[in-house]
Design a protein. Sequence first.
Length: 444
Amino acid sequence: MARLFGTDGVRGLANADLTPELALSLAASAARVLAEHDRSHRPVAVVGRDPRASGEMLEAAVVAGLTSAGADVLRAGVLPTPAVAYLVSALGADVGVMISASHNPMPDNGIKLFAAGGHKLPDAVEDEIEQKLGDRDYRPTGAGIGRVRDIEDAEGQYVQHLLKVTPHRLDGLKVVVDCANGAASVAAPDAYRRAGAEVVEIHTAPDGLNINDDCGSNHVAKLRAAVVEHGADLGIAHDGDADRCVAVDADGNDLDGDQVMAVLALGMKEAGELTDNTLVATVMSNLGLHLAMREHGIALKTTAVGDRYVLEELRAGGFALGGEQSGHVILPAHATTGDGLLTALRLMSRMAETGKPLAELAGVMHRLPQVLINVVVGDKAAVAKDAAVNEAVAAVSAELGDTGRVLLRPSGTEQLVRVMVEAATPELAESAAQRLAGVVSSVH
């Protein structure tokens, strides 16, 4: 039977895969497991959601599940994922629940759990919660049932935290922000204005159905156009739950998470904030990031794909900056998870501090052409052991030398092998990727 928890909580089609019954059972199980881990007090949970319509239904189920297992609930309403993680820590709660499917389309939804301190749950605790689903051994009555109250000014508390950790005012900067009609539609424009920027808002009118609909970090065409139209210094795009951030420079050119991390890493090194002069990224980060960091005396540690693995490496090594090409950027001194608003404020702060345009700051990294081909296979494990595949990878790697890179990665959920090639030109990358994809597809 497949594991219920994925790399980022439990997700599925709302009211089909992710039903109210499952949400209630999952929340009740989480409360029971946490109560068993610490019986010194009654568990307290912070619950937030993004604005998709199904979130209202699932929030009701989650609150019912938590209180049925004896946990008190602090309801945060519509807030970004990192805000929920922050409030868990700031309010001393035992668990956080975020109801969101992040960048996924509106019909999907998800449940993400945070432990005390606002950190993601370890795999072992997720497994324990999954094993206890449907367990009714602990069902309090009377005064043992949990109580519910709303957090007063949850959004304001989070924004105030962001402003405290923003090192430079943003006066004089003009930014277009695309909030994907999602969870940051109030918090992001508010934070950027209060930090001093002139803000132009787009896609900040969620109606429950329009989240991520041709907008946000996965669809930046309208942001590019708006930046140029308004003569802005930059554009910022968040996804539905605002745990990621991608940027657009004044000319409408995209910056991905790798380029954002490059800008932040150099600024933090200059300020003495980059622990051991080390940046943490995943194996999918562009070779251009590796080369740029090497040129500036910054070590780059790589992890498996997924911000949870970046977080594990950051915590294990005590490092100060990490993230993913997709725009998840983590600054552990100020956040326990990827925080798109914090990232954007830091990026704009660097622009204000240096007086340099974003294009110039991002110019420290040259993004190499990258081609990714998903190859359907019969047995992804067999591909990894196949001699012909390994020989082909070695041959292409030797051809590319220091000017390119090859990565074969099996999908975590499907019988797919992802073939990624980076090279000096798009033509070289495409040719090498197609060659390797052909060898991979021939494995039986």
